[in-house]
Write a protein that binds this ligand. Structure first.
Ligand code: ZN
Length: 411
């Protein structure tokens, strides 16, 4: 007689640990890519400079009590349930960087149609009332304590395990839709992620299913993800495109591949044929383990950008803390767009003057953060510049999709 293996919570946690490594929380083996002292120093310098400059830019001090505190700005007000809502009219707007709830490996499916009392952001400045000290003039994750970052790691782990992530259960289509309405946004791109797990790795499928089932399907723009080391990626990508995916999302750190891997280069060729833009997580956020940072160095994105000049490449987070390198790439290559989630207000104003508002795309990285966090910064830096505001919020995205679609080959 075969004995059933008995797995308690600790047993499951151990079982999942290997796969977990690819989800960022655990230190893994090295990437095999070079990571130099100069790379380390650049990240340290970015943090130091940012801390020093915060609140000393043209907009002055930009500190609020939690996300709710943004209601102090003339753009927002608190609804009776104490959630933020927009109080002004904005041009047609699309959020190019959102995700739904993550349930991978052993985690139970999430009811993405469910509306919950509140959205528990991964990095949640409103958890207490009054909320945490929130500074719009630093890279967004700099606002969070070690305890908050440890809670994020725990959430990432739970999303793989049989009990699932408690925050992820609030990252529903219905909750994002309510936030789009409150912020007067027309739509959001929902970016899938193929992590490369042995099973239970179907976020794109789950999220496209949820969108197709929703009466508000027209408010969501699905981006598919495939893993370059999945032998079946080509067929999967073709199927996602046939189902209506409008772009491809790749996260080199979480998926553990270098953007200039030969297998990954094949994906860009396919994106050109299908007329799909590619959005990368780009650059180092500074809160991931050092072992996966080499994948995100902007120098590994450049071969893709130059080999496929007709593919539109969006650098997520405008290169995060490697923003200077991402900006240089955007200045040099016309097929690069900067998606601005998380960048501080002064940095954002700097990007606008260095590369032009017409190369920037609005992204919030919901449910890491509320839409209002990025929106506040865009509204502040485009005060008195209606054309720049319209471009960043929606006009550029429209142009970007049209440019990408032009390469679609008739087959
Ligand atoms: Zn994201």
């Amino acid at each position: 007689m075969i004995r059933e293996p008995r797995l308690d919570r600790r047993g499951f946690a151990k079982l999942a640990f290997g796969s977990l490594a690819s989800l960022w929380a655990a230190p893994g083996c090295g990437s095999g890519l070079e990571y130099t002292e100069a790379d380390r120093a650049a990240l340290d310098r970015q943090r130091r400079d940012e801390t020093e400059r915060a609140g000393k830019g043209p907009l002055g001090r930009l500190r609020y009590s939690g996300y709710r505190g943004l209601a102090e700005l003339p753009y927002f007000e608190l609804a009776p349930d104490r959630t933020l809502r927009l109080a002004i009219d904005i041009p047609p707007a699309i959020d190019l960087h959102t995700h739904f709830g993550i349930a991978l490996l052993l985690a139970p499916a999430i009811d993405l149609a469910a509306r919950t009392a509140r959205t528990q952001y991964y990095l949640d400045c409103d958890r207490e009332d009054p909320g945490c000290d929130f500074d719009l003039d630093v890279y967004q994750n700099a606002n969070f304590s070690d305890a908050a970052l440890a809670e994020l790691t725990a959430q990432m782990r739970d999303q793989l395990l049989p009990w699932g992530g408690s925050a992820a259960r609030t990252h529903t289509l219905a909750n994002l839709l309510a936030e789009l309405d409150a912020m007067r946004f027309q739509s959001a791109a929902v970016l899938g992620m193929a992590i490369g797990l042995p099973f239970g790795d179907h976020l794109t499928e789950q999220w496209m299913d949820a969108i197709e089932r929703s009466p508000a399907a027209d408010r969501f723009v699905p981006f598919a993800s495939v893993h370059p080391r999945d032998a079946g990626w080509r067929a999967k990508l073709a199927a996602f495109a046939a189902r209506g995916a409008r772009g491809v999302k790749l996260h080199p750190e979480m998926m553990r591949f270098a953007p200039d891997d030969p297998e990954a280069m094949q994906i860009y060729a396919e994106c050109e044929r299908l007329g799909l833009p590619v959005i990368f997580h780009g650059g180092r956020s500074g809160i991931e383990p050092e072992s996966i940072r080499p994948y995100a160095l902007i120098r590994h994105y450049v071969p893709a950008i130059t080999a496929y000049p007709r593919v539109q490449f969006l650098l997520g987070h405008a290169g995060a803390r490697d923003v200077d390198d991402a900006l240089a790439a955007a200045q040099q290559y016309p097929n690069v767009w900067l998606e601005i989630a998380c960048q501080g207000a002064t940095q954002l104003a700097g990007l606008m003057s260095a590369v032009g508002a017409e190369r920037l795309l609005f992204g919030s990285d919901w449910p890491f953060y509320p839409l209002a966090a990025t929106l506040a910064k865009v509204l502040l830096v485009t005060e008195g510049k209606p054309e720049a505001r319209a471009a960043i919020l929606g006009g550029n995205a429209e142009r970007m999709f049209a440019t990408a679609a032009a390469t679609r080959s008739a087959t």
